[in-house]
Write a new protein. Structure first.
Length: 184
């Protein structure tokens, strides 16, 4: 099961890399390299912890059963699927960096009508699923790291979006939660 997860994550991040290289729209404004590094460290650390824990931890919080592994794999695939759907729906406005594109539009349809940051929601769900499948206590740190990284990135993105879209973004924030529909 853990091999399936490793392959799923490799395919996902491979898709993400290819998307970053092949999708281009002119950028109006971009974050600094320092800010990218700040949240990027947490995202990378999350993945490293997640996969390191598979072979290096002996303390479990989930029983080592086939059922737990299957549930974790299903949750992982659902999360990755949600993130990919959001990425595809965002289209040319997506970037791995915090950016505002030329003629940028505020997207409020598809998964963006349920959460303002569905890519991050999907990835966090996928990490949670992988942690459940792995079952190691140490792997729980990967959830903490990914959430911290995305919360840092969300703050930067929302600053950019507020400056670009003003009242329209304020209204969107009032109507749609950041990561968890109807909750947060």
């Amino acid at each position: 099961m853990l091999t399936i997860l490793s392959i799923a994550w490799l395919v996902f991040w491979g898709y993400w890399l290819i998307s970053a290289v092949t999708s281009y729209a002119p950028v109006q404004r971009r974050e600094s390299h320092v800010s990218r590094l700040l949240y990027g460290i947490f995202v990378i650390l999350s993945m490293l912890i997640l996969f390191w824990a598979q072979n290096n931890s002996t303390y479990r919080f989930v029983p080592d059963t086939t059922a737990a592994k299957v549930i974790g794999v299903v949750i992982t695939f659902l999360g990755l699927g949600f993130a990919v759907w959001a990425r595809v729906h965002l289209g040319k406005y997506w970037s791995g960096n915090v950016t505002i594109k030329v003629e940028h539009k505020l997207i409020r349809t598809g998964p963006y009508k349920w959460v303002r940051n569905p890519i991050y929601t999907g990835i966090i769900i996928a990490v949670v699923g992988s942690v459940i499948a792995d079952g190691q206590i140490l792997a729980l740190l990967s959830i903490v790291c990914i959430v911290i990284g995305f919360l840092i990135k969300i703050r930067m993105e929302e600053k950019f979006l507020l400056e670009e879209f003003g009242d329209a973004f304020i209204q969107y924030k009032k109507e749609v939660k950041s990561l968890i529909p109807f909750v947060y």
